[in-house]
Design a protein around this ligand. Structure first.
Ligand SMILES: Cc1cc2nc3c(=O)[nH]c(=O)nc-3n(C[C@H](O)[C@H](O)[C@H](O)COP(=O)(O)OP(=O)(O)OC[C@H]3O[C@@H](n4cnc5c(N)ncnc54)[C@H](O)[C@@H]3O)c2cc1C
Ligand SMILES: *[C@@H]1O[C@H](CO)[C@@H](O)[C@H](O)[C@H]1NC(C)=O
Ligand SMILES: *[C@@H]1O[C@H](CO)[C@@H](O)[C@H](O)[C@H]1NC(C)=O
Ligand SMILES: *[C@@H]1O[C@H](CO)[C@@H](O)[C@H](O)[C@H]1NC(C)=O
Length: 545
């Protein structure tokens, strides 16, 4: 990680200072008087510019690329869950990240990494002036999207891939596929590889191989003070095993991963294709559908992913949401159809099916890069309940609240609720205490999701939170609250996200004190609430009582 300060002559320096001063003057001139963008200190911009690699770029709020990056996030609403930085760094190297963190710290400027832009935790919006009571305001957003190097190691002793953390899930899938390989990544093409991995990571292949995080062999981590370390399994000759434990489940709180080395697997002959089928039912069939789904979940084969989505399907019901069941089967369509015969026997309102190679699977749910599920949604408020089973009464209750919400507020018509039934064999084969991911025993991820194409209407924001809370409460039924951290909105309890076992939170908190004593990584499901450099605790993010 050798970085030499570029040598510059005085004329060069003068030109640089003039250009920075001009940019800042323009910035100030163009901003409305009440602009939330406070300028980062000139000395930071200056000294950081001198350290960055030639391909790195610093973006100011007046730069179209600055606004474009924020607008391309999945949820673009700064009053719910979008960060409002005052400066963006497009890092090109690990050293850029390290320099950026050191400089931000020296100037008491909060910072946050971003890769795929799909995070929805409300704490992300605390990277802004209102929550950072230092006089500089705002914060530094460090985009990792340009860290895209990739190498495959395919020897009898090592089947791994090493790649920059800037890659999106679909990029990792595509790169591996071309080499006849695959591994668990997020299912949605547009999310980063890193984001899901930091919180555990669910994907189509987890039944076979385990979670995304379970594939990680080692990670290069830029720590809160800018130091770079390797985190890997000590029992296998690695280093910083305690950090390695933490980044696999609670990673957002511990560092910025610049590079992953992950296990990859040969794609077996006969398992290149996935048969998939989609069954749409009217809401009145909910009880029948989920009683059957519950039976099918017992002994669900490793090849199967059982999803359902509740959303408006006008052709099926113009007034109420429909139940869209999608079953993915890693194998021939005939095998898939044998497995799903009972669902067809229920007599769905509509039925379609297909066969696709693994990299195109995400088009079925519309979560490929160009699919509707991957586009910016205006405001997105995802909630989640990790549970053991389809609790029919709880589902009915949740569904009715969802229908009521759609009937009451037209703006929320594009909302969708997810019921994700991934394979769990690979996940449960990994000992629960071996990583910070605490939900290995849970088989279903239920996710009410309020979506609306409006930003800046506080009435709607309040209503959306209220409906989301009512739905997630219903979804839990009587179950203990457990929430996948990457789907957590912000006011879940620490136990709900990081585990109820009496040793888990103390372990995480001790590691947090060791690796990030200043609580710099506090903008995503923070383990330590408040603290940091003058950070205030939000109003609506209290812990569960
Ligand atoms: C449409 C959609 C589909 C999804 N699909 C899946 C899925 O299939 N499986 C699944 O498990 N989850 C899924 N999720 C949830 C997903 O895991 C989270 O939204 C995740 O936070 C997205 O990461 P990102 O990099 O895209 O977002 P960002 O907003 O860029 O980042 C989110 C958080 O991760 C941190 N982060 C990002 N990169 C790094 C890094 N290299 N090192 C350290 N921290 C980092 C950021 O600092 C931030 O706190 C999905 C979400 C959406 C909206
Ligand atoms: C870095 O990212 C920017 C913006 O996403 C892009 O325009 C540029 O081509 C990237 N540069 C490299 C070297 O990948
Ligand atoms: C906000 O949304 C509500 C509900 O749709 C609507 O009645 C109200 O007029 C909107 N307010 C503004 C300022 O647009
Ligand atoms: C989250 O916030 C809502 C609204 O403020 C509140 O009703 C609910 O009890 C909170 N949930 C938790 C788990 O604290």
């Amino acid at each position: 990680m050798a970085t030499t300060l570029p040598t510059i002559n005085q004329a060069h320096l003068l030109a640089l200072l003039i250009s920075i001063a001009t940019t800042l003057t323009l910035t100030l001139a163009n901003l409305p008087p009440s602009s939330p963008h406070h300028n980062p200190p000139l000395s930071l911009i200056h000294s950081l510019s001198l350290c960055l690699s030639p391909s790195a770029r610093l973006l100011h709020p007046t730069d179209p690329a600055f606004q474009a990056l924020l607008a391309s996030r999945w949820s673009t609403n700064p009053s719910t869950n979008r960060p409002s930085p005052s400066l963006i760094l497009l890092a090109a190297t690990e050293a850029d990240i390290s320099h950026a963190i050191r400089h931000a710290n020296a100037h008491n400027l909060p910072f946050l990494a971003t890769t795929g832009g799909h995070g929805i935790n409300t704490f992300l919006s605390h990277l802004d002036h209102n929550h950072n009571h230092n006089h500089h305001g705002g914060g530094l957003l460090i985009s990792l999207r340009n860290l895209t190097h990739f190498t495959l190691s395919d020897s009898p002793t090592s089947k791994t891939a090493t790649f920059g953390s800037g890659l999106l899930s679909h990029e990792v899938i595509d790169r591996l596929w071309r080499a006849g390989k695959q591994t668990t990544t997020g299912s949605c093409g547009c999310v980063s590889y890193a984001g899901p991995a930091m919180g555990g990571g669910h994907g189509y292949l987890q039944g076979r191989y385990g979670l995304v995080a379970d594939q990680v062999v080692s990670a290069r981590v830029v720590l809160a003070d800018g130091r770079v370390v390797v985190a890997s399994e000590e029992e296998e000759g690695g280093e910083n095993g305690d950090l390695f434990w933490a980044v696999r489940g609670a990673g957002h709180n511990f560092g910025v991963v610049s590079e992953f080395t992950v296990r990859v697997y040969d794609v077996e002959e006969g398992r290149r294709d996935w048969g998939w089928e989609e069954f749409v039912f009217v809401g009145a069939r909910l009880e029948e559908v989920y009683e059957l789904a519950g039976e099918m979940m017992e002994g669900q084969p490793v090849e199967v992913v059982f999803w359902s989505v509740w959303r408006m399907v006008e052709e099926v019901d113009p007034v109420k949401p429909a139940i869209v069941v999608t079953v993915f089967f890693n194998g021939p369509l005939e095998e898939a159809r044998r497995y799903t015969q009972q669902i067809r026997d229920l007599g769905p309102a509509t039925y379609r099916f297909g066969v696709t190679e693994y990299p195109k699977l995400n088009t079925v749910l519309g979560v490929d890069l160009n699919g509707p599920g991957c586009q910016p949604q205006g405001t997105a408020l995802l909630r989640a309940a990790d549970v053991d089973r389809y609790d029919i009464d709880a589902l009915r209750n949740w569904f009715d609240i969802f229908s009521q919400m759609l009937a009451t507020e037209k703006a929320f018509a594009g909302s969708a609720c997810l019921l994700e039934g991934y394979g769990v064999q690979g996940v449960q084969a990994v000992p629960s205490d071996s990583t910070a991911f605490p939900h290995r025993d849970k088989r279903l991820l239920l996710a009410p999701n309020v979506l609306y194409d409006v930003v800046g209407n506080s009435t709607l924001d309040r209503e959306a939170k209220r409906w989301g809370e009512a739905m997630v409460t219903a979804a839990f039924g009587g179950a203990q609250r457990r929430t996948y951290v990457n789907y957590a909105l912000g006011n879940e309890s620490l136990q709900a996200m990081y585990g109820y076992e009496p040793w888990r939170l103390p372990k995480l908190q001790a590691l947090k004190r060791k690796y990030d004593p200043e609580n710099r990584f506090r903008f995503f499901a923070p383990i330590v609430r408040g603290g940091g450099s003058g950070n205030a605790v939000g109003d609506d993010e209290e812990e569960e009582r």
